[in-house]
Write a protein that binds this ligand. Structure first.
Ligand SMILES: [Zn+2]
Ligand SMILES: [Zn+2]
Length: 458
């Protein structure tokens, strides 16, 4: 079996796509001369210290897939061509490589394919691999790319399984990130496999009107902690939502899909959630700019109809549920910020209302209103030591709380204690424990107005 110049594609389409259980890499499937099938690591600019352990790719939470054209590890669009076969003829063997008709492309290669630019596409492939000096391989790449371009089918499918490293989305970028996500949801030429068309349109309309929330580090920590304890069967209801449509960004990613944002929309009494991971880490500047223009900042990972789903403790839905319940129980403050000048001008030009980004933090935190970052610890708190690696949330539990007409309804309230400093450190006299058990009922007119809770010294 010879090394193929570009990754031979799967034989049977997505259901039988195989990945290595050890490294998560999508495996190439070869038809061997005896009629069998072999799954091998793709050849390319990396070595493997293990034998492939083939499992169906959809059993893994993250798969590592390369661009089929240039081997870039962050493909974003899957494009279709006519079926491509290559036959390798050796001295006494003949191996058939079925490349299939589906190709994973990074943003740069996707643009070159769409522009029909064969020469730079081949150059990218050869520049990034060790085949550049192999004239036979180079000719094979050329022939295969030429076939793909000549038989290209319209449209593309967004690849949502690529294991993008996390990259933070600044609060000030959220209006642009939201607009790009709306554009992606409305782009008919791009298939989003997690949506049926009507759902997709409803989600786009809701996201277009969404209020934008940027959750700071500390509240993200608390929400993640609270999400792991979320009582079984907890589901979001309309009463838990600060607004019918929202997009919320956490300061850190969560779970195996590195989800760092979620949006919710309410249509016809149904709450639908989309979770997202952040796109674009480790791309060179030009490719990053193309990604921002064509796709945006947010990669939709899953869509969930709340009525058909129960949050599992610790998962992304539990995280969103916990975060929104913390906001609903008014232990957070929400600071509205103005968009920056450039975004504001762009909105005025298109006669759209200015989007505010709402920075969400724990009540009583003196966060910087622009960055949403917690205020620095005063130097006197740690005179001679660098900042300790703190474990902030040392206790907390969910409790049923009555609300609504004659307090006939129940919802979960999180009761927690707050300590700054490592577990082993003595508790400083100034440590504050916030008691949240005696909050008056939320006034209906001002659902998210910040109000300080009494603090007691611990
Ligand atoms: Zn492997
Ligand atoms: Zn590529």
């Amino acid at each position: 079996m010879t090394a193929s110049p570009i990754a031979p594609h799967r034989l049977g389409g997505p259901p039988t796509e195989m990945a290595c259980a050890t490294c998560g890499r999508i495996l190439n499937t070869y038809r061997t001369p005896g009629g069998g099938v072999a799954h091998l690591h793709p050849t390319g600019p990396r070595d493997y210290d293990h034998r492939p352990a083939p499992v169906p790719a959809d059993q893994l939470t993250a798969v590592a897939r390369d661009c089929d054209f240039c081997s870039n590890p962050y493909p974003i669009l899957s494009i279709r061509s006519g079926p491509v076969h290559a036959v390798t003829i050796g001295e006494d063997t003949q191996t058939s490589h079925n490349f299939g008709d589906t190709w994973a492309a990074c943003i740069s290669c996707a643009r070159l394919v769409d522009a029909g630019k064969a020469a730079p596409l081949v150059r990218r492939a050869l520049d990034r691999t060790s085949w550049a000096t192999d004239a036979i391989a180079a000719r094979a790449v050329q022939r295969i790319h030429a076939t793909v371009l000549a038989t290209r089918r319209p449209g593309a499918t967004l690849i949502t399984t690529t294991d993008w490293p996390h990259t933070p989305i600044p609060a000030a970028t959220m209006p642009k990130a939201r607009d790009a996500a709306v554009k992606l949801l409305r782009a008919d030429a791009t298939t989003l496999t997690m949506f049926e068309a009507p759902v997709r349109r409803a989600m786009a309309d809701g996201l277009d009107q969404a209020h934008l929330y940027a959750v700071d580090d500390e509240l993200t920590d608390l929400a993640r902690h609270a999400a792991t304890d979320l009582p079984a069967g907890t589901t979001l209801t309309a009463a838990d939502l600060p607004v019918p449509h929202g997009l919320l960004r956490w300061a850190q990613p969560h779970g195996p899909h590195r989800v760092s944002a979620a949006s919710w929309t309410s249509t016809n009494g149904e709450i639908t959630i989309i979770t997202y991971r952040a796109l674009g880490a480790r791309l060179p500047p030009e490719a990053l700019q193309h990604l921002r223009e064509d796709i945006g900042w947010l990669l939709p990972v899953t869509t969930i109809h709340v009525s058909q789903h129960t949050a599992t403790a610790g998962d992304e839905v539990a995280l969103l549920t916990a975060t929104l319940l913390l906001i609903a129980q008014r232990c957070t403050e929400i600071l509205e910020t103005e968009p920056d000048q450039r975004i504001a001008r762009a909105y005025r030009r298109s006669r759209r209302p200015l989007p505010a980004v709402r920075l969400v933090q724990l009540r009583g935190r003196a966060a910087h209103p622009r960055t949403g970052q917690p205020a620095p610890v005063p130097a006197s708190a740690a005179p001679d030591r660098p900042a300790p690696n703190v474990r902030r949330w040392v206790s907390g539990f969910w409790r049923q709380q009555p609300y609504g007409p004659e307090r006939s309804l129940r919802r979960w309230r999180y009761v927690f204690a707050y300590l700054r400093g490592p577990d082993t450190a003595p508790i400083a006299a100034s440590t504050t424990v916030r008691v949240l058990g005696k909050i008056p009922p939320r006034p209906a007119s001002q659902p998210t107005a910040p109000r300080r809770e009494p603090s007691v010294p611990g």
